[in-house]
Design a protein around this ligand. Sequence first.
Ligand code: PEP
Length: 253
Amino acid sequence: MKLRRPVIAGNWKMHKTVHEAEGLVKDLILELPDVSNTDVVLCPPFTALYRVAELVSKTSIRVGAQDMHWEKEGAYTGEISATMLRGVYCRYVILGHSERRQYFGETNQTVNRKAKTAMAANLRPIVCVGETLEQREKQDFKAIVRSQVIESLDGIPADQSGELILAYEPVWAIGTGRNATPAQAQEVHALIRSILVEIYGVKQAKKVRIQYGGSVKPANAAELLSQPDIDGALVGGASLEARGFAAIVRAAS
Ligand code: PEP
C-alpha cells in the first residue's frame, strides 16, 4: 500500500477536437468503471475542457488544464485565467511543462507566479521539472532540478504544500519512447523529496505527490510506480488511447 494516493494524469497536448475528445472519454469511462484508490486526471486542450468535464461528472475522473495565466484577468490576448478554468470545472493545471519552457518562454519565475494564482483559485498545480539530455550528460541534472523546484515553489506556504503535485519529466524521455529507468527516476524523485524536506519539513514533504513523466506506457508503468517516491505518472502519448491509459491507471491502483 502506497503512503500517498497515486495520481495519474493524461496530458493530451494539442490533440483531439471536442468530437474526438468525446469518443476517447466515453471509451475511457467504459475501461475504468471502478477506480477508487487512484486519482485520475484528464488534461485536454482548452477547447475540450467543458465537454470532457461534463462527460466525467458522474465518475471519479477529474479534469485539468495544460497551462494558465498568472493574472486574474485583463488585457492578455489569447490567455486563460484560473477563474475561467474553475468555471469549466477544472481541478488541476499543468504548469511549466518542458514544451512550454522550450517553445513559449516559460521560466521558473512564471511557473511560480502561476502556481500561486492557481492555488489561490483552488486549482491543484502539477509543476513540471526535469533536465535536458545535455544537462544529464554533463552531470548538471541535480542542480537544474534543484533550482527548478526551489524557484517554482518560492513563497508557497507549508500549510498549502499538500495540494501541490510535482512532475519529474526528464526532457530526453518525453515523447522519445526512452523512459528513465526506475532507478534513475527514483534517484531524482528522492532528491526532490529531500528538497521538499528542506523547504517544508519532513511531515509536509511526505504529503507531496511526485509524478514521473516521460514515455510511460502500460509495459513500464508498474515498475516505475513501484518505486517508493514515485506517486503517479504524467502521461503524454499513451493517454491518447483509452485502453493503454486505463492499463497505466490499473498499474497504479
Ligand atoms: C508529457 O508530455 O508530459 C509526456 C510525459 O509525454 P510522453 O508520455 O509522450 O513521453
